[in-house]
Design a protein around this ligand. Structure first.
Ligand code: PMP
Length: 401
């Protein structure tokens, strides 16, 4: 029996960028003590108050099929939150509740693209993007945001790639770079989308993790509300990764069709999870700040550690739970460095190339372990990088002598 090309080709060349992560997990299974700075998941569980709300909802009987578009209460809460944060009039008719942001990414691409259509995305990118696009039968086309431009995409580069495209996927605050797209970048993107009649799919799942500057939702830019589909999630903002609760915000007509898609795919999100999400969102910014605080603290620690050396360069970290480090002074690219670091010091970081060609000189460090262990691992990483850089420059001198 043959399986569809759509699912057998999901990861394209067969690599999904998680080889190093899998290798580190194998080492752990073999009893090796590996420090993992790989995955984007909090080191704290979901807040006990949120779990109490979930438990009460389940005990109260909210365990049957929930309304497919989402409960009226959660859709209203998300709409009010989005309107308050962006100023764009938003009602429950603009909101579909999804089982997490990932399902939202799949659904929005289904809405924007027919099979064979080109869907653009920005490289460096969150690892699932090209596979998600292939999953709906569309053709992924990467546009690089260069390290030399602080990983901000250039409108001219998007424009040059826009021929025949139906959509553009962006992500700010960005995983993996930690960069927030500024007003100029977003104005340029909005202009290209309008002139090329593109859907803009805006992945904003890190919008509560802002360390520097401000998050602007491109749906709020002039002329963009009718062509933007925003993907949001409770995963990062409320440490609810396992609850699988997110949303899509967009024009009413698109949401109507997306509800129809949900009827034929997910059939909704558990009611007790949605009730817990309403409770969590109603706790407001204080709880969000509490959940983001460990990353803010670790970023400050990292800045101090990195200030004391000059081998590894930090990409200015404006948001999200990651550090992007340029390691090319070691004489190795990100993949070579990540593998060597894992072998010699049992520290696992993600090669930048797992997130696209534009980050090949980099490694991504997730700030997702307890502060002291995090600081020790980063110090070890820096000392090892310095050692490699010295050896590389000696070798260079010997060669040129
Ligand atoms: N977008 C980005 C940029 C992410 O990093 C993630 C998860 N790591 C997701 C979407 C999906 O998150 P979830 O499905 O848990 O909402």
């Amino acid at each position: 029996m043959s399986l569809s090309k759509r699912i057998t080709n999901l990861t394209g060349d067969g690599s999904d960028g998680w080889e190093l992560f899998i290798r580190s997990r194998e080492m752990i299974a073999d009893g090796i003590d590996v420090t993992e700075l790989t995955i984007g998941e909090h080191d704290i569980p979901t807040h006990p108050d949120i779990l109490d709300a979930m438990h009460a909802a389940a005990k109260g009987g909210h365990t049957g099929y929930a309304m497919v578009p989402g409960t009226a209460e959660l859709r209203d809460t998300v709409a009010a939150r989005v309107q308050a944060r962006t100023g764009v009039p938003t009602t429950r008719d603009n909101v579909l509740i999804t089982p997490g942001g990932q399902a939202g990414l799949f659904a929005t691409h289904s809405a924007a693209c027919d099979p064979g259509d080109v869907a653009m995305y920005i490289d460096p990118y969150y690892a699932t993007y090209p596979g998600t696009i292939r999953g709906v039968g569309a053709v992924p086309r990467a546009v690089q945001a260069l390290a030399d431009n602080a990983f901000q995409p250039r409108a001219a580069d998007i424009e040059a790639a826009a021929g025949g495209a139906k959509s553009l996927l962006i992500n700010s605050p960005n995983n993996p770079t930690g960069v927030i797209y500024g007003r100029d970048t977003l104005d340029g993107i909005a202009d290209v989308c309008q002139r090329h009649d593109l859907w803009l799919i805006s992945d904003e799942v890190y919008d509560t993790q802002i360390w520097e500057g401000a998050h602007i939702s491109p749906r709020s830019l002039p002329g963009m509300a009718d062509r933007t589909l925003v993907v949001g999630s409770m995963s990062k903002s409320h440490a609810m990764t396992g609850s699988r609760c997110g949303w899509i915000v967009g024009p009413q007509e698109a949401i109507g069709h997306l509800i129809n898609l949900a009827t034929h795919t997910t059939y909704g999100v558990p009611g007790f999870v949605q009730d817990a999400a309403v409770y969590a969102l109603n706790r407001g910014e204080t709880l969000e700040q509490e959940i983001a605080a460990p990353f803010r603290r670790r970023l400050a620690l990292a800045k101090d550690i990195l200030k004391a050396q000059n081998t590894v360069a930090l990409v200015p970290a404006q948001g999200a739970m990651y550090l992007m480090l340029d390691v090319h002074a070691t004489g190795l690219d990100g993949e070579g460095f990540a593998n060597a670091l894992l072998d010699t010091h049992h520290i696992a970081v993600m090669p930048g190339s797992s997130f696209g060609a534009a980050a090949a000189r980099h490694v991504r460090v997730a700030m997702t372990i307890q502060d002291t262990c995090f600081a020790t691992a980063l110090q070890t990483l820096c000392a090892y990088a310095a050692q490699l850089a010295t050896a590389a420059s000696r070798e260079g001198t010997a060669r040129s002598a």
